[in-house]
Write a protein that binds this ligand. Structure first.
Ligand code: FES
Length: 174
């Protein structure tokens, strides 16, 4: 009889300890929805620099200008397309910029002035510069990363962000 009481007491002590441990674990991991959202966004976002790329006066219609953004390891192209387009800035709403690293496997792409596309020599993916870098052909599974631009009163063109993941990077979504 005495032995059974000791066993019961031990069982209760064990259960109490387990409950305390569980409560502690729950208390340490519970977040409000706002905290969880902020944490998830923190993992996906980076702070972009506002980098000067060129001046409006430097650009000729349909002649690509090599740039890089957000750092020298991320090559891109600045274009004046000659007509207002999605994401276009400047007096004519026709200036855009894109990463030239193919989102499929990172080959360096080249601009075709004939149809205003960026073309990959790797596996022939093609992207429409007049439609926000939309993929129109090939192996890639996402559209092209477009640089977010602004133009100041002096015609200076700045990049301020990127709308898709640049190839090879883990975290750069706006
Ligand atoms: Fe561009 Fe494969 S690397 S399509």
């Amino acid at each position: 009889m005495k032995c059974n009481r000791l066993v019961d007491a031990g069982r209760r002590q064990f259960l109490r300890g387990g409950m305390m441990a569980t409560a502690g674990a729950v208390a340490s991991t519970v977040m409000t929805p706002e905290q969880a959202k902020a944490q998830a966004q923190g993992l996906a976002r980076v702070d972009y620099p506002a980098n000067r790329l060129a001046n409006v006066a430097d650009l000729e219609v349909n002649e690509p200008l090599d740039v890089s953004y957000p750092d020298p390891d991320s090559p891109g192209v600045l274009l004046k397309l000659g007509q207002a387009v999605e994401g276009g800035v400047g007096p004519d709403g026709d200036i855009v910029a894109f990463s030239v690293l193919c989102p499929h496997k990172g080959w360096m792409m080249s601009y075709s002035a004939d149809d205003k596309t960026l073309n990959c020599p790797g596996h022939h993916s093609r992207f429409d510069c007049e439609s926000g870098g939309q993929q129109i052909w090939g192996h890639a599974t996402s559209n092209l990363a477009q640089f977010q631009l602004s133009v100041d009163d002096d015609g200076e063109i700045f990049a301020n962000g990127v709308d898709e993941l640049i190839y090879g990077r883990l975290s750069n979504v706006l």
